[in-house]
Design a protein around this ligand. Structure first.
Ligand code: HEC
Length: 104
């Protein structure tokens, strides 16, 4: 019985950690995003093609936005393409990462 309680506690803690996202893992997952979202001046290589600033936004907002792109609720061809390959965990980690940095 004690073992089972111990195991359950571990699972609950592991789940909490996941729900919060890990900015270190998020940094690796967000590598491909930085070509567009990591630029000074928040523009990518194409003139006039504006990209929203993600650094310093709340993790919650970023996860909601990514899930909305993934489900098609929010439409943008590029971002839907990127979000489609992300799992819920990836999205939590990425949210934690962008919330932890300031890019300006
Ligand atoms: C080719 C350029 C490009 C790449 C690569 C890219 N994005 Fe985006 N992203 C955009 C553009 C443009 C928008 C604005 C789309 C819109 O108007 O809905 C956007 C919007 C977003 C938003 C919503 C921001 C807001 O303020 O509402 C989030 C969150 C986001 N991107 C996250 C990511 C993540 C995470 C990745 C990597 C997995 C990524 N993006 C890769 C161009 C890009």
């Amino acid at each position: 019985m004690k073992k089972i309680i111990c195991l359950l506690t571990t699972l609950v803690i592991a789940n909490l950690a996941l729900a919060q996202g890990d900015s270190g893992i998020g940094k690796e997952k967000a590598f491909t995003c930085m070509g567009c979202h990591g630029q000074a001046g928040i523009r990518n290589a194409y003139p006039g093609y504006r990209v929203p600033k993600l650094g310093g936004q709340s993790a919650e907002y970023i996860t909601i936005a990514l899930k909305a792109y993934r489900s098609g609720e929010r439409s943008h061809p590029t971002m839907q393409g990127h979000a489609a390959s992300l799992s819920d965990e990836d999205i939590e980690h990425i949210g934690a990462y962008f919330a932890s940095i300031q890019n300006d």
